[in-house]
Design a protein around this ligand. Structure first.
Ligand code: NAX
Ligand code: K
Length: 468
C-alpha cells in the first residue's frame, strides 16, 4: 500500500467533491480528471486481465464517464471491448467521454458473454438505492463474466458507510479513484470489494483525520540496547492464567526487551522458558520503576479481586493496554484520576457495546461508537474485528482486512500482547495500536491458517522481520 499522506487519506463523498472543486479551481477540468481516472483504471485492468474481452457497464453520471474513457483506452490498446449503457450519459464530461468511444454500445447487453466486467454504473454519486431493474442487470452481467472489476466503488454501495446492496455478488477488484472512500475499509463493502487499487489523479492531502494506517517501519535495537531499554512489559494476570500467558508469549516477539507475567496464584504450571512469572503483592510487583507498559485484562476475571487488580494497574499511570475482562470493568469511577490518553482499549464488537454502556455513549455505527468512546474518555480505542477501526487523538485509522483465520479463540489475547509490547518500546498509543494490527495480520500470514492462537503467537518474530 502506498505510504504518502495523500494516498492514505480516506475521504467522504462530500470531501471528495470538495477536493474535485479545489483541483478545478487550480485550473484542471473535470474532463482532465476523468481522463486521469479512466486511463489509470484502464491501466490496472489491462495489467490484470492481459487483453481478455472486456464489457464496460456505463451509467449516466461521471462514474459512467470514467467507463467510456476506460473502454476507449482498452480499444486504443487493441483490446476487445464493448459498452453496455442502460441510460445515456447526462453530465457534460460523461457525454464528451462517450464520444471518444467508437465501439459497440448496447442498452442491455442481452446475450453478451464476456470475460471481464467493469462496473461503472454508479460511483460515489449514488443518491438512492438501486432499482430492481439495475440490480437484475448487474447480477446478470456479473454472472456472465468470469472476472468483475468495480470502478471507484461498486454500484449500489454507500461510499460513506460501506453498506452493501442486498443480494449483490462480490467483486474481484475495486479501483478507487483519487482517494480511498470509507467503503473500501469498513462495512460489508470492505469484505466484498476484492483486491483494492488506487489511481492517483492529483488530489492533495486534505486532512489527516481519516487515514489508512501506515505500515510499521521497525528498526533493529540500538547498539547500546539492553532488555530494559528495549522496554519492560508487565502483564497482569488474574483468575484464568491461560489468557494472560498467551498474551505475554505474543508480547515477547513484538519488540519489548523483557516481559514479566504478574500472576495471582502460586500454582506450578509449566511456563514457556522465555516467560518470567512473579507472584505476590501486585502493588509491590508493579512498583518496579523499569516497567514501561502494562497489559491488563486477558483472563483477569470480573469479580472484586479483578476490579482491585485493574485499579492497581491503572494507578501506576504507565502506558497501559486494557483488553477482555478489563473492558467490562472500565467506567468513570475506575478512570477517576487516571490519564486516559495513556490507555489503549482493544474491544471486539460486544466489548465495544459494553464500553458504550459503561460510559453512557450512544452511537449508530462501529466507527461512531469508537470515536465517541475516545472523545468521551481520551482512551485510544482499537475496535477490532473484520474491519478494524482505530479512534485516536489524531483521528480515525483504517486497516486492510486481515485473514479470516484470525477468528479463533485467543486471537484477541495475542493482539493485546503485541500492542502492549509496542507500547513498552515507547511507541505512542496510536502508533502501538497501528503496528499491532499489522503485526497480528502478518503473523496470520506467516502461520498460514488454520492455526491456533499459540501458533499465531509463535509466528510473531517472523512477522516482525517482514517490517524490518
Ligand atoms: N470527484 C472527482 O474528483 C472525480 C470523480 N470521478 C467519478 O465521478 C463519480 C461520481 O460521479 P457523479 O457524481 O456524476 O455520480 P455517479 O456517476 O456515481 O452517479 C450519479 C448519476 O446517477 C444518478 N443516480 C444516482 N443514484 C441512482 C440510482 N440509484 N438509480 C438511478 N440513477 C441514480 C444521479 O442522478 C446522477 O445522474 C465518482 O465515483 C468517480 O467515478 C472521476 O471521473 C474523476 C474525478
Ligand atoms: K462503480
Amino acid at each position: 500500500m502506498p505510504n504518502s499522506a495523500n494516498l492514505r487519506q480516506v475521504l467522504t463523498v462530500a470531501e471528495m467533491q470538495a477536493a474535485e472543486r479545489d483541483l478545478m479551481d487550480a485550473g484542471i477540468s473535470v474532463h482532465e480528471l476523468m481522463q486521469r481516472a479512466g486511463q489509470g483504471a484502464a491501466d490496472w485492468i489491462w495489467r490484470m486481465t492481459g487483453g481478455r474481452p472486456v464489457t464496460v457497464l456505463c451509467g449516466p453520471g461521471n462514474n459512467g464517464g470514467d467507463g467510456y474513457v476506460i473502454a476507449a483506452e482498452i480499444a486504443r490498446r487493441g483490446g476487445e471491448v464493448r459498452v453496455v449503457a442502460p441510460m445515456p450519459p447526462k453530465t457534460e464530461a460523461a457525454k464528451r467521454a462517450a464520444e471518444t468511444f467508437k465501439g459497440k454500445v448496447t442498452t442491455s447487453g442481452e446475450g453478451l458473454r464476456g470475460e471481464v466486467l467493469v462496473d461503472c454504473l454508479f460511483g460515489s454519486g449514488l443518491s438512492r438505492p438501486l432499482s430492481a431493474e439495475h440490480r437484475a442487470l448487474l447480477r446478470r452481467l456479473r454472472m456472465e463474466h468470469a472476472l468483475g472489476v468495480a470502478i471507484d466503488v461498486a454500484s449500489g454501495v454507500d461510499a460513506d458507510s460501506g453498506a452493501w446492496p442486498e443480494g449483490m455478488a462480490a467483486w474481484d477488484c475495486t479501483i478507487a479513484l483519487g482517494a480511498w472512500k470509507r467503503a473500501h475499509w469498513i462495512g460489508e463493502a470492505s469484505a466484498k470489494c476484492g483486491t483494492r487499487k488506487l489511481v492517483d489523479i492529483g488530489v492533495a492531502a486534505r486532512s489527516e483525520d481519516e487515514q489508512l494506517a501506515p505500515e510499521p517501519d521497525f528498526a533493529r535495537p540500538a547498539w547500546d540496547a539492553h532488555k530494559y531499554r528495549r522496554g519492560l512489559l508487565a502483564v497482569v494476570g488474574g483468575a484464568m492464567p491461560g489468557a494472560s500467558e498467551l498474551a505475554a508469549c505474543a508480547a515477547v516477539g513484538a519488540g519489548a526487551g523483557y516481559v514479566k507475567l504478574l500472576g495471582s496464584d502460586n500454582s506450578r504450571r509449566q511456563l514457556p522458558p522465555d516467560l518470567v512469572e512473579k507472584n505476590g503483592d501486585l502493588t509491590e510487583l508493579l512498583s518496579d520503576e523499569r516497567i514501561s507498559a502494562i497489559l491488563v485484562g486477558p483472563g483477569l476475571g470480573r469479580g472484586e479481586e479483578a476490579r482491585d487488580r485493574l485499579a492497581h494497574a491503572l494507578a501506576e499511570g504507565e502506558p497501559t493496554v486494557c483488553d477482555a475482562d478489563a473492558l467490562h470493568l472500565l467506567d468513570d469511577e475506575m478512570l477517576d484520576g487516571v490519564d486516559g490518553t495513556k490507555i489503549i482499549v482493544t474491544p471486539h464488537e460486544g466489548e465495544l457495546a459494553q464500553l458504550c454502556k459503561n460510559f453512557g455513549v450512544i452511537a449508530a455505527s462501529k466507527r461512531e461508537r469508537a470515536m465517541a468512546v475516545h472523545s468521551r474518555t481520551g482512551l485510544t480505542v482499537l475496535a477490532k474485528g473484520p474491519d478494524t477501526i482505530l479512534a485516536h487523538d489524531g483521528g480515525v485509522a483504517y486497516f486492510p482486512q486481515g485473514s479470516s483465520w484470525l477468528s479463533v479463540a485467543g486471537s484477541g489475547d495475542v493482539l493485546a500482547g503485541i500492542v502492549a509490547s509496542r507500547l513498552a518500546t515507547g511507541d505512542t498509543p496510536a502508533r502501538a495500536a497501528m503496528a499491532g494490527v499489522y503485526l497480528h495480520q502478518q503473523a496470520a500470514r506467516e502461520a498460514a491458517g488454520p492455526f491456533s492462537a499459540s501458533d499465531l503467537a509463535q509466528a510473531i518474530p517472523a512477522a516482525y522481520r517482514a517490517f524490518l
